[in-house]
Ligand binder design. Structure first.
Ligand code: FES
Ligand code: FES
Length: 152
């Protein structure tokens, strides 16, 4: 179907041409995120401005096509947003990846969530939810200076 086609396209596009890939020279936060199910690790670099907004973000690491596409897409989506907004979006995305009838709060960025919708197909494959959310977990860990996290 249409969403499935779009899903393939998005994964291929971000896989071939990942956005914001590499380390960030002026990062003031970073974290390593590890998916123990496959051994893949992503590193997220963040530069937050004084008011808690994400001025810049990048990632590097090894992962499957879904985790890399999700990381690439995430870096585009979160730039300019506050850490609090990003957390809300992460929870909504997680909800969308795990529930057929997700409970989405009113105040979440709907445009961003719509872009992420394409990855919600992982719902059918529970182990893939970890792939799709690895970058988000790691971003969250970076924002809170947790150093490294494992998605268990
Ligand atoms: Fe559900 Fe991380 S909180 S996969
Ligand atoms: Fe390792 Fe997807 S298989 S992150």
């Amino acid at each position: 179907d249409e969403l499935r086609e779009l899903y393939q396209e998005v994964i291929l596009d971000h896989g071939k041409n990942p956005r914001n890939f590499g380390s960030l020279d002026d990062a003031n936060h970073m974290a390593h995120g590890h998916n123990p199910m496959c051994g893949d690790t992503l590193v997220i670099y963040l530069h937050t401005d004084g008011d808690g907004r994400i001025g810049d973000v990048s990632f590097r690491g090894q992962g499957c096509a879904i985790s890399l596409a999700s990381a690439s897409m995430m870096t585009e989506i979160v730039k300019g947003k506050s850490v609090a907004e990003v957390e809300k979006l992460f929870h909504a995305f997680h909800e969308m990846c795990t529930h057929d009838d997700p409970d989405i709060p009113e105040d979440v960025d709907k445009d961003a969530l719509e872009q992420l919708q394409v990855l919600s197909g992982v719902r059918e494959f529970p182990t893939r939810v970890k792939c799709a959310t690895l970058a988000w977990h790691t971003l969250d860990a970076a924002a809170h200076d947790q150093g490294e996290i494992s998605t268990e």
